[in-house]
Design a protein around this ligand. Structure first.
Ligand SMILES: Nc1nc2c(c(=O)[nH]1)N[C@H]1C(S)=C(S)[C@@H](COP(=O)(O)OP(=O)(O)OC[C@H]3O[C@@H](n4cnc5c(=O)[nH]c(N)nc54)[C@H](O)[C@@H]3O)O[C@H]1N2
Ligand SMILES: Nc1nc2c(c(=O)[nH]1)N[C@H]1C(S)=C(S)[C@@H](COP(=O)(O)OP(=O)(O)OC[C@H]3O[C@@H](n4cnc5c(=O)[nH]c(N)nc54)[C@H](O)[C@@H]3O)O[C@H]1N2
Ligand SMILES: [Mo]
Length: 793
């Protein structure tokens, strides 16, 4: 297939050489004349943590000028009687450190507490068309939003509005529209109380269009894990990390995205636990760590090595790699039995708790090592070593993130990880289990309390019992279905409870052209972003409090609650003075909107709920009795309360009533295979961003500084394709449909990667991800194995 031409640039030459040929053939530049030395891959020479992380915090503090009291606020973070971090969903331990926050948690808080303000006066000076040309970084750098605003189409500007005007107008628009053509999105930060009410508001208004950032994130887990073990969430708790002997760590980058996991990982390794990592990139946070809170380690600067084995899998290669590991485990089991030694497999567990082992075993036997090596990119001896680690460990945990979930066959990769864990009964006992690392700080909790587009997951009977509320019978939109409806112009109204959705979704260039055709767009937000700059015909920005701020309602100061990756629920109390006297809490905004929109109903007591969040928690407790009983009393216990799940106790809520072995139908999770000149693009986060919020341009842990418009290419592939460090290229989508997808102006940067894999940043590269390219079961966009070509500019 010919590569596209872009601009006047010359087309890159591809010779389609295989990696094994490269080993024998001297490398030539594109014109084939002179041999060249390989480019030096970028790398960070420090460890994760250490002084680098302290400097990272200091830089943000300088930039944001969070002002007096910021340090005190940070020290209250993630502790009982304090507020819970708004960054990731990592656990808040019962016995917190003096400073129970990480570099990125501190950045997120300081970013919220900035002394910069984005006022209606400032916005009035700029047209929306002009602001649309600014980056998200520039828009967010203006600071916190201070007052509600309405879009004025005549002047193409946002103008100051009163809350009364906003609620009345939005309600009138909602009542004019068909509820089925309206979507209420949630981005994963809002606490359990507003989330519970948001879901009720949607259903009382008349739809189940309640997609969540989870639909772009761990929906593969919610659907895929549920199928095989009957639980949509992880089975482990924080204590399991104190008891595991091996961790299979797949497709998650803790140094950047969940830094407070670094210390438990370090402690596990120091106890002798072996970490086996699968990741195309050699991520610093999985290689070595210096604990910034350990004075001895800070003085000696001697890091802890983390991964016992590090497998640089190809994108999507995990299914094959895990197949290889299982093959070795079954072989070790057969050897042990033949020698009369203790078998590796847990026969009692397998007989009592699982179904499908025979078919799975037959599949493993029928899969050859050549296929496994080709699809994973990992050699047999390495995979055998990983199998040996599993076979020799008593307790094994499987930890994973977006590198697994964001693939066309991501669900199958989760199934393979569960297959491996089940072989030796590694689910449902101490030190063992399956741990998806969640993204936004309350994304798991939002799903738990009813923000779901799937009616079968909503507490329909309880809505009827508690509120006389009938839920619309049909399922609502996932995020992908919502975006398709925007493109089709059938979705007319949008409310965003946080997020920067038009920027975070796949195919976003196409989406941007259609977004403004909606009749109504409403954003409940803390800072300005690009999605706000694509106003619908009636468009509103409603500024809200952040979690560290004091939320005072009729009954006094309020607490909110959230759920972490380990299914623990905590109270969070903000104590900072709000950024502006005009801000409202997310709970108050939802109650006011619902009250203005819906006809009065005796059992929907919006005013009462807004006045005292304890009443909302009582309702949550009555709706989800087993998990949330006595919520008001239990939310303040150190470490939160555990809401539990069946699989943790070996109760399998699956169709067969057992934990299910599954046979993968593919060996690579990418939906589009390899071809000459095609690369698979992995989109990742830098150490200086939270999703679409860009704090700066330093990806310290990868040794990448100064710009995000880069494409990482392996030195071998660069040499093969005649590329030099610093060359400018265009990435061109290669998904085979007739939509032309391009991102121009990317600087080629040598990086240690498997051949055929390139990497770059989310969200800049989102125009390359086709909307239809998503996990088959859950529709999670496949942002980690995007087929592209490189074209020299
Ligand atoms: N500081 C900070 N913290 C965050 C966020 C943030 O943006 N900044 N975002 C939050 C959110 S919403 C989320 S969902 C999480 C995301 O946290 P992660 O799950 O860590 O997400 P990514 O940065 O997308 O990186 C995924 C990792 O998968 C690897 N990978 C890519 N493709 C494959 C593959 O095919 N196989 C394997 N085995 N690995 C692969 C990548 O190299 C990368 O290391 O972090 C949360 N925490
Ligand atoms: N290519 C590619 N695309 C991806 C991903 C990827 O790895 N690769 N990852 C996907 C994932 S995992 C996710 S979770 C999504 C993220 O998608 P979103 O959740 O939609 O995006 P965010 O960047 O987290 O949203 C940032 C905005 O939220 C608002 N905000 C911040 N704090 C608050 C608050 O406390 N309350 C309210 N109401 N608003 C607030 C601010 O206005 C800010 O601009 O992106 C997805 N898209
Ligand atoms: Mo996420």
């Amino acid at each position: 297939m010919a590569a596209d031409h872009t601009g006047s640039g010359e087309e890159t030459h591809f010779n389609g050489q295989q990696p094994d040929q490269q080993a024998q053939t001297p490398l030539h530049s594109a014109n084939g004349s002179s041999s060249r030395t390989l480019a030096q891959p970028r790398e960070y020479h420090g460890a994760a943590g250490g002084f680098g992380s302290l400097q990272g915090i200091a830089r943000i503090e300088l930039k944001q000028r969070a002002g007096p009291g910021a340090a005190e606020t940070l020290y209250r973070q993630n502790k009982p009687e304090g507020h819970m971090c708004t960054s990731c969903a990592w656990a808040k331990p019962p016995n917190p450190h003096v400073a129970e926050f990480c570099e990125n948690g501190a950045k997120a808080t300081l970013w919220d507490l900035t002394s910069d303000r984005c006022t209606p006066e400032w916005i009035w000076q700029h047209t929306v068309t002009e602001l649309r040309s600014r980056s998200d970084y520039e828009l967010e750098m203006r600071g916190r939003l201070t007052e509600p605003m309405r879009y004025d189409a005549q002047t193409d500007r946002y103008v100051r509005a009163s809350w009364e005007e906003a609620f009345a107008n939005i309600a009138a628009e909602l009542n004019r529209l068909d509820p089925k053509a309206v979507t209420f999105y949630a981005s994963g930060k809002a606490a359990l109380e507003p989330s519970y009410l948001y879901a009720i508001f949607a259903r009382a208004y008349g739809h189940n269009n309640l997609p969540d950032s989870s639909n772009m994130c761990h929906e593969t887990t919610s659907v895929g894990l549920k199928e095989v073990i009957g639980s949509p969430v992880g089975t482990c708790t924080l204590e399991d990390l104190d008891h595991c002997d091996a961790i299979f760590y797949l497709g998650q980058n803790p140094g950047t995205n969940s830094p407070r996991l670094m210390r438990p990982l370090q402690q596990a390794v120091q106890r002798g636990c072996k970490i086996v990592t699968f990741n195309p990139l050699r991520e610093k946070g999985l290689l070595e760590f210096i604990d910034p809170q350990n004075p001895v380690q800070m003085i000696t600067q001697r890091p802890t090595s983390l991964s016992h084995l590090y497998m640089q899998v190809k994108p999507g290669g995990d299914i094959a790699a895990l197949m290889g590991v299982c093959k070795r485990v079954l072989e070790r089991d057969a050897m042990a039995r033949a020698a009369g030694a203790k078998p590796v497999l847990d026969d009692d567990f397998l007989a009592q708790h699982t179904a499908g082992l025979d078919a799975f075993r037959a599949k493993v036997d029928a899969t050859g090592w050549d296929e496994i090596e080709r699809n994973s990119g990992i050699d047999r001896p390495e995979l055998e070593r990983a199998g040996d680690v599993y076979a020799e460990a008593r307790n094994v945990m499987g930890i994973y993130g977006m590198g697994i979930t964001q693939h066309v066959h991501g669900s199958q990769a989760i199934g393979m990880l569960v297959n491996l864990l089940l072989l030796n009964g590694n689910i449902g006992r101490q030190g063992a289990g399956c741990t998806p690392i969640r993204g936004h700080s309350n994304v798991q909790g939002q799903r738990t309390v009813g923000i779901t587009e799937k009616t079968k997951l909503a507490p329909v009977a309880k809505y009827r019992e508690l509120f006389d509320l009938e839920t619309p019978p049909e399922d609502g939109h996932t995020t992908v279905e919502f975006v398709q409806a925007v493109l089709d112009r059938t979705n007319k109204g949008f409310i965003g409870l946080g997020g920067n959705l038009a920027k975070a979704v796949p195919d976003h260039e196409r989406v941007h052209a259609a977004w403004g055709d909606m009749e109504l767009t409403v954003h409940i937000a803390t800072k300005l972003n690009k999605t706000h700059m694509m106003p619908g015909k009636s468009s509103w920005i409603l500024p809200c409090l952040v979690r560290a701020e004091d939320d005072v309602q009729a009954s006094g100061r309020q607490t909110v609650t959230m759920e972490d990756s380990f299914s623990h629920i905590y109270g969070s109390i903000g104590k900072r003075a709000p950024a502006s006297e005009h801000l409202k809490s997310e709970t108050a905004i939802i109650c006011e909107l619902a009250k203005a929109t819906l006809p009065p109903r005796q059992k929907l007591r919006w005013d009462e709920w807004m006045g005292d969040y304890g009443i909302i928690r009582d309702l949550i407790a009555r709706t989800f009795l087993d998990e949330f009983h006595d919520m008001n009393a239990r939310m303040n216990q150190p470490g939160g309360f555990y809401r539990g799940n069946g699989a943790h106790d070996r109760i399998w809520k699956t169709d067969s009533g057992k934990a299910q072995f599954t046979d993968p139908t593919v060996l690579n999770a990418c939906g589009i295979g390899e071809a000459e000149g095609r690369y698979h693009l992995v989109t990742v986060r830098s150490n200086d961003q939270f999703n679409t919020t860009i704090y700066g341009h330093s990806d310290r842990l990868r040794g990448l500084e100064g710009t995000r418009m880069i494409v990482l290419v392996s030195p071998q592939d660069m040499a093969r394709d005649g590329l030099s460090d610093g060359d400018m290229v265009t990435l061109v989508g290669d998904a085979g449909d007739d939509v032309r997808r391009v991102v121009k102006g990317l600087k080629v940067t040598p990086f240690n990667l498997p051949s055929g894999c390139v990497a770059g940043y989310f969200p800049e590269l989102n125009p390359l991800v086709p909307l239809w390219y998503h996990d088959v079961l859950s529709k999670t966009p496949a942002s980690k194995g995007v087929p592209v070509r490189l074209v020299k500019e």
